[in-house]
Design a binder for this molecule. Sequence first.
Ligand code: SF4
Length: 658
Amino acid sequence: MDTKTGNTLPGGYCNSLTEYARWRTREVSIGDIPMGGDNPIRIQSMTTVDTMDTIGSVEQTIRMVEAGCEYVRITAPSIKEANNLAEIKKELRKRGYHVPLVADIHFTPNAAEIAARIVEKVRINPGNYADKKKFDQLNYTASAYQSELERIYTKFAPLVKICKEYGTAMRIGTNHGSLSDRIMSHYGDTPEGMVESAMEFIRICEDLDYHRIVVSMKSSNPQVMVRAYRLLVETMVSEGMNYPLHLGVTEAGDGEDGRIKSAVGIGTLLEDGLGDTVRVSLTEEPELEAPVAIALVNRYKSRQKEYKGNAPACKPTAYVSNEVNVFIGGTQVPRVVVDISGKNLKDPHTLTDVGYKYDPWLDKYHMGEQSVDFVYLGSTLPSFAMPGNLKQLYDYPTWRNIQDKSNIHPLFSLSQFLEATERDAHLNLVRIRYADIGTPAFEALPLDKTIIFVVETDVSHGMADQRQFFGALSELGLDNPVIIRRHYPAADFTGLLGDLTDPEEPLSKLQVYAATDMGALLVDGMGSGIWIDSPATPVDKLVSASFAILQATRSRISKTEYICCPSCGRTLFDLQETTQMIRSRTNHLKGLKIGIMGCIVNGPGEMADADYGYVGAGPGKITLYRGKEVVKRNVGTTDALDELIEIIKGDGRWIDPE
Ligand code: SF4
């Protein structure tokens, strides 16, 4: 244990894999609102209006503060915007708002050096602060690399000295998609490269005895983002550092997908006690971001405060399961289970909500990309014929009495399974908890390859509880597929849908909670299926959230993915409107990733692994990309979407919508 911080890091990147224990970071003052240490996890966001629009920036900042933002970031692309931060700050103070401001800097040390004298914090991107990125993969010899580091030192040191003198904090904010050529040449666009990119700058700060540092490792891919933050913590610890962490998933998009993608990345890290401030990036009005961040963060207020120092029961390594009946486990995609036991089981149209559209003329069902794999019916039998490829689950006593059991499987409790007089020849789903492991009932379990565990939990730190279940199975040498089931009680998730400015909004809260609880396991390769059990939530919303979680964790792709920037003062077109327009014509292209970026400040790498890019190139002008390659430059906005579709068609990746 580190006596200074109280941190122990048995799993390498967090204090405990079993109990909630926040990683204790150094406290950093940012204006009047300190971050890190024992301070609450702070909420922040970024304005989207032009920084030269003083009143627009002030009014948007106030809306963000009212929504819960504790810091507000504003872009400063050049000296004139950096100078205008003084006007924005003056007007805010005049109106009684003392929120700390953060200047967002890319490429322009001269703007940073002005902003650092005005605002409470500057954010620099180590991928482009001292480098004019050429987007080339260059080769550096050891001595050339060393002289590059010396050049960075010379360029960066003046800003550090100004921050020291003015008491200004700094975020060293790495983006997966905008690493310098130097880093790319040695590490590629990997989590290792992201971490080293920040560490180069942090080491300079330390050399200059400057420590008001916050660090981030953002990516639009939650898996990459999670790995980078974990590696960052390990690296900082090995070098005796504990700077606060700013968590975020970039270009998460909007609506349900944006919320779920953000929660998979941010929530996974929060579960392990990492993170001192959160920014949720949505392609929506910035005041809609704070409620999502608040919903994410508020869960940890009631988690155990004191870490007791238990040894971890397992490490989060992937759980490799056996494949059962060429349907679940092994290399099969994770399956989706939904409870329809309380629905109208006299009407086949009920199944529309679970992705099976009934055609009364043909008396058949049409499936889609988001058709669920299992429906749970409890003890109620439907009065219509179910689709042939939809598996039905019944409680064991009911299942036992069903005559024709084709595609019909039992759900047992552990004791029911042990005492059962009849079991299914194909799939036996058995409800279980981590606490069952090692009990006489568990010891008596016949090792049967048809068993699919349905792991449940009722402890508050449920993700870690379920993670221990996977670890324990591995230690026992078992490889049965495991479906992750989480129950969200009706009392906590009732109410209606729509007031997105409220962090307690039930649907948004459910999306965030389920994405955290299940996403944190799926990103580490655990889970052959998911079952969100939320009686108060409409079934179609449960289905949609389930598939969105699987998509965000890249474990099952069922739709087009949009990698959209949240927009900022640099944005060259209306992001929200354009995203809707592109979505309306391409949302049937399952598996395709389309980047929609307001500008090209960080190069095409910023779109991460998008297949195609639609990027603001200038007022009224769009540049279209295939991967990182420009295909058409400066296309007028009225033609750009048609041109993009032509490119997709030319590549043979277009299909006509139904
Ligand atoms: S990509 Fe979007 S959020 Fe990033 S700087 Fe450009 S307009 Fe702003």
